[in-house]
Each structure stands twice: as structure tokens, then as C-alpha cells.
Design a binder for this molecule. Structure first.
Ligand code: C5P
Length: 310
């Protein structure tokens, strides 16, 4: 009788490409500073339809390249979180991280949209498939959490509540499509700097334990843009505005163009505008671009899928 073939890693293939989405935080409630230097969060993530692509190809030695208009702003060495993702996965499996990673970058760099986290999630999945490892999803999510607070969500996509430092995810239901415009700024903001500024601004306040807003979760479930607009919240926004006061002008320009709501995306400086429909998105993006208050404005929708092999 023929024996079934033993489970062996699949034969390596040429190149694996993974598409990964950007995110916006529709609620970012920031609690106190923890002893480990992170803040406890109630972080409601929504993946949006702006994507980076990460390709993994076998190579003689580790190599990382980046293309796209902002490529020059992205580290192309081992400090890139995508390279660290490949190293971490290789180390766990006793492999050498001999891979050429190429990132086709479309998500604003250092913009508060988790572009670096997206690239790490993409690199992890691309290398896992390239090396024929087929690591279980839960294990990959664990590796994501080691790489950064936002990486598990970049991997998962859709919508989720992130607790702990943002890495403990509960998937959320979304009952419809939301329309957004994102206005990228010139230059980025450092996430640790923004958290530090948040602590400084709130130094005399009693900071409550962060909890997810029931009104916001209901708005997501219902796919109700008006209700979501009323429930958006970002505790890092005052800090981002304090470090980059010109963002107030960008936010006002989008509101004047008819956006339902405007907020800084995560730690900024990208500004996010929730709009009623595709027409309003086009008008808002046009007015923002024409105003000169941002570098570029892009219309898109949410939710978007997580890391996907293409
Ligand atoms: O987890 P990640 O490496 O993306 O975090 C970057 C920085 O952002 C941390 O070093 C910390 O300064 C800040 N941060 C925080 N609280 C969180 C997440 C991030 O203070 N929950």
C-alpha cells in the first residue's frame, strides 16, 4: 500500500507578494504610562484601502529594497521592521534569513497609519510562505505582537479593538462601507515623541482606564457614518497638534469641504476625514490638495482585508 507523503515544507517558489493595509484609529483612548514604557489603550482599529506590497524572494544574503515616491524616507537596512520580522521568523525556525524583501510603498511614511507595522506583517507572511513553513495564524499573530503594538492588527485587518498596549485584539463587526480621505503631511512625527507630549500635556490630569465606546462600536456595527462621525476620538490628537500646529488648518480645510468629521490618524501627522459618500470624498480630496495645507490627499474606503498573499 502506498504511504501518504510525509508533511514536508513545500518546495520554495520564486517570489511571494503580500498586500497589507493601512489603518486609522477611530477611537484611540490612551491610559496611563505602564512600568514597561507603554500606555494602556482602548484602540479601535479600522483597516483602510491604502496598501503596501511586500515581496519576498530567496537570496544569497538578507537584502531590503523600497520603491515608491517616499522610498528615500524608509530605512533600507536591518533597522527596518520588515527585516526584523524576517529575522524573527527565521530565528524561530532555525533558518538563516536569506531573503530579498522588496517593499512597494504607498502608505504615508511615519504618518500615523501603521505603514511600518504593515510592512512587518507583510514580510512575516511572505517569508512564512516563501520558506514553506505554514506557521499557524495564532503563532504568526504572537510574532507580530513581539515586533510592535500595531503589527497584529496590520496582519488581521478588518476592524478590531486593541487592548493592552494595542496588541490584544478582539475582532469587531462592521455593517457597511465607510468613505475616508487621508491628507498626508510633509515629514513624519515620531510615535514615542507624540506619546511623551501627550503625557506632558496631561501631567496634572487624572487619566482614567481606557474603555471602548459603546456608541462607537454600535456605529461600526450599523455602518452608520453620521453616528461614527459623532463618536470618533483620538487622545493623541492634542499632542500631535501641539508638535505640529499647522495640522489644525488641514483639519479645518477638510471640514469646510463637507467632511462629516476630521481627526488626526493615530500619532499623526496624517489627517483623516470621514465623509458621507464617494462624491464627497472626491470633493474633499480635491479641496485639500488645492488648499496647499497638505502634501497629498487620497480617497479610500474601509474596512479592508488584512495581510493577503496576491
Ligand atoms: O509598539 P511600538 O514599537 O509600535 O511602539 C512605539 C512606541 O510608541 C513605544 O516605544 C512607546 O513609546 C509608544 N507606545 C506607547 N504605548 C503604546 C504603544 C506605543 O507608549 N500602547
Amino acid at each position: 500500500m502506498t504511504q501518504p507523503a510525509a508533511a514536508t515544507p513545500a518546495e520554495p517558489t520564486g517570489t511571494i507578494t503580500v498586500r497589507v493595509p493601512a489603518k486609522v484609529n477611530v477611537q484611540l483612548s490612551v491610559g496611563g504610562l505602564r512600568p514597561d514604557g507603554f500606555h494602556s489603550l482602548a484602540n479601535v482599529f479600522l483597516a483602510v484601502g491604502l496598501y503596501d506590497s511586500v515581496s519576498a524572494t530567496r537570496a544569497e544574503e538578507p537584502r531590503l529594497t523600497v520603491s515608491g515616491p517616499d522610498a528615500a524616507l524608509v530605512p533600507q537596512d536591518r533597522t527596518n521592521l520588515a527585516a526584523r520580522a524576517a529575522e524573527l521568523l527565521a530565528e524561530r525556525h532555525g533558518l538563516a534569513p536569506e531573503v530579498h524583501l522588496h517593499i512597494a510603498k504607498d502608505i504615508p511614511v511615519a504618518g500615523g497609519m501603521a505603514g511600518g507595522s504593515a510592512d512587518a506583517a507583510g514580510a512575516l507572511l511572505a517569508c512564512d510562505r516563501l520558506w514553506g513553513l505554514n506557521t499557524p495564524r495564532e503563532e504568526l499573530l504572537g510574532l507580530c505582537a513581539e515586533l510592535g503594538s500595531d503589527v497584529p492588527f496590520s496582519f488581521a485587518g478588518g476592524a478590531a479593538l486593541g487592548e493592552g498596549r494595542g496588541e490584544v485584539l478582539t475582532p469587531l463587526e462592521v455593517g457597511g462601507t465607510f468613505h475616508w480621505v487621508f491628507a498626508a503631511a510633509d515629514g513624519g512625527l515620531s510615535t514615542p515623541d507624540v506619546y511623551r507630549e501627550c503625557d506632558r500635556l496631561r501631567a496634572d490630569d487624572d487619566v482614567p482606564e481606557p474603555v471602548a465606546s459603546e456608541a462607537l462600536l454600535a456605529a461600526l456595527r450599523a455602518g452608520d457614518a453620521q453616528a461614527l462621525a459623532g463618536a470618533l476620538r483620538n487622545d493623541l490628537q492634542p499632542a500631535a497638534l501641539s508638535l505640529r500646529p499647522s495640522l489644525a488648518e488641514t483639519l479645518n480645510t477638510g471640514l469646510a469641504a463637507g467632511a462629516l468629521a476630521a481627526l488626526v490618524s493615530g500619532s499623526g501627522p496624517t489627517c483623516a476625514f470621514l465623509v458621507a459618500d464617494a462624491d464627497s470624498a472626491a470633493r474633499t480630496a480635491h479641496n485639500l490638495t488645492a488648499s496647499g495645507t497638505c502634501r497629498a490627499a487620497r480617497a479610500t474606503t474601509s474596512p479592508a482585508p488584512g495581510a493577503t498573499v496576491v
